[in-house]
Ligand binder design. Structure first.
Ligand SMILES: [Zn+2]
Length: 314
């Protein structure tokens, strides 16, 4: 009897210790102590898809520039907003200097209206694509107008300064794409192919973040920009699904480190393509929230919330 009690007690302690270790790791991911002088990008774990949600939890990245400017690139589904606000609050952020929408789907802009309510916003950056059939799109456009927030339209070929030291090149969309008959049948694909493709350059370090581009969009961008797309780090387009990550795109960007943001392994073979030649791949389902930090010298330090429980992608 005594022995059983002891085992039970030890088991309880082990569970408690691992839960608090997990919390400790989350705190490390969002600890801003090492951010000064670095470009930091936090890829958020946005939770599992809620039973009542019709869409994925989506993407959210919190970026901080070496001189302390804050960018939130996408905000996930409205039901995942607490993951975003918990992270922002842990980082002590009260002002979002750049609130950027890769494209206007709910799993990317669903939290925008809430963020505009709770944080001071410098300016909102979007493509020129309007998506007025979405109530969440209308809600944040209304919030921009009501709060008199500056709204900047980004187009293919534009350059944006993220603080003093980081340059953002915009490689999509052109704004000239007319809906082809095929795209009219499948508007989701058309909208995803209008995603902003953003290349961040800090010194020698380069990162590509391009929303939910499908293969067609990837190929069109490679045809326009070719070698300019080369980056050390990339987020796999469209949550690592097989709608995207064409060979043409992977060869053009040729990342050494790839991040995938999803509550599921959308496609195992796509995920494996990003580790084929010894490159690193991080996935929010397997690694939890992730912080990438670079001092601008092709140096990349990564902190993950969780330890992998699978060797499938090693
Ligand atoms: Zn998405």
């Amino acid at each position: 009897m005594k022995k059983k009690l002891l085992v039970l007690l030890m088991l309880c302690l082990a569970v408690f210790a691992s839960a608090s270790a997990q919390e400790n790791r989350w705190t490390q991911v969002f600890d801003t102590a090492g951010d000064a002088g670095n470009l930091s990008i936090r890829f958020l774990w946005m939770g599992p898809q809620a039973p009542e949600a019709e869409d994925k939890p989506g993407d959210c990245m919190i970026l901080t520039s070496p001189d302390g400017k804050v960018m939130v690139l996408d905000s996930g589904h409205p039901l995942s907003i607490s993951y975003v606000t918990d992270a922002l609050d842990a980082m002590g952020i009260t002002k979002i200097d750049y609130l950027v929408a890769s494209h206007p789907h709910i799993d990317h802009i669903g939290g925008f209206a809430a963020l505009m309510d709770q944080y001071e916003i410098g300016a909102v950056y979007t493509s020129e694509l309007e998506y007025t059939s979405s109530s969440y799109y209308r809600a944040y456009m209304d919030a921009i107008a009501a709060k008199n927030i500056e709204h900047v339209i980004l187009r293919d070929g534009d350059t944006l300064a993220f603080g003093d030291a980081v340059t953002v090149n915009v490689y999509n969309p052109t704004g000239e794409a007319a809906l082809t008959p095929e795209e009219q049948k499948n508007k989701t694909e058309f909208i995803n192919n209008q995603s902003l493709a953003l290349k961040f350059t800090y010194g020698e370090s380069t990162v590509m973040l391009a929303g939910d581009l499908y293969v067609g969009g990837e190929k069109a961008i490679v045809a326009r920009w070719g070698e300019a797309l080369d980056c050390d780090v990339m987020k796999a387009n469209h949550h690592g699904a097989n709608t995207s990550s064409s060979k043409v795109w992977r060869d053009a960007v040729s990342p050494q480190i790839t991040f995938i943001s999803s509550d599921a392994i959308e496609d195992v073979s796509i995920a494996k393509k990003y580790t084929k030649n010894g490159q690193k791949m991080y996935h929010t389902l397997l690694d939890g929230a992730i912080c990438l930090r670079t001092a601008g010298a092709k140096d990349y330090a990564v902190v993950t919330e969780k330890d992998r429980t699978t060797t499938m992608f090693d």
